[in-house]
Design a protein around this ligand. Structure first.
Ligand code: FES
Length: 148
């Protein structure tokens, strides 16, 4: 049912843990199963130089998290944003169709971490609901503290 690569990354996950003073952290959850993935990135000049993860989830979620950390290291943040859950699954020689949704955690966690990085470096703003929208909303009362 599972490829050798999936089993390998599940039994011996790479880059498990946390990065102290990470430049970005992304945490996402799968509402249906309750599984959670947290990814930590070290970024220099917009290039990801280190990645670690913690995943509380099924074997496919652990394997895809592990592969995702391997895929992002060495990539620019723009390149990392283009990594899809399909690409992560393909790098593991595929996942059974019923487990494909588990790979969403990896893609979403990478995106959440990069969003976090862009907010921290002042390149994205959070909107009134605390969501990243990439632009400021027009309600000045919510953004009194943001300079133009
Ligand atoms: Fe929850 Fe796989 S069953 S991520």
């Amino acid at each position: 049912m599972y490829s050798e690569k999936v089993m390998d990354h599940f039994m011996n996950p790479r880059n498990v843990g946390e990065i102290e003073n990470a430049d970005a952290i992304g945490e996402v959850g799968n509402a249906k199963c309750g599984d959670i993935m947290k990814i930590y990135l070290k970024i220099e000049n917009d290039v990801i130089i280190d990645a670690k993860f913690k995943t509380f989830g099924c074997g496919a979620a652990v394997a895809t998290s592990s592969m995702a950390t391997e895929l992002v290291v060495g990539k620019t943040i723009e390149e990392a944003l283009k990594i899809t859950n399909k690409a992560v699954a393909e790098a593991l020689d595929g996942l059974p169709p019923v487990k494909m949704h588990c790979s969403n955690l990896a893609e979403e966690a990478i995106k959440a971490a990069i969003e976090d990085y862009l907010v921290k470096t002042g390149r994205l703003e959070k909107n009134c609901d605390g969501e990243v929208c990439g632009r400021r909303c027009d309600d000045i009362h919510h953004h009194m503290d943001i300079e133009d």
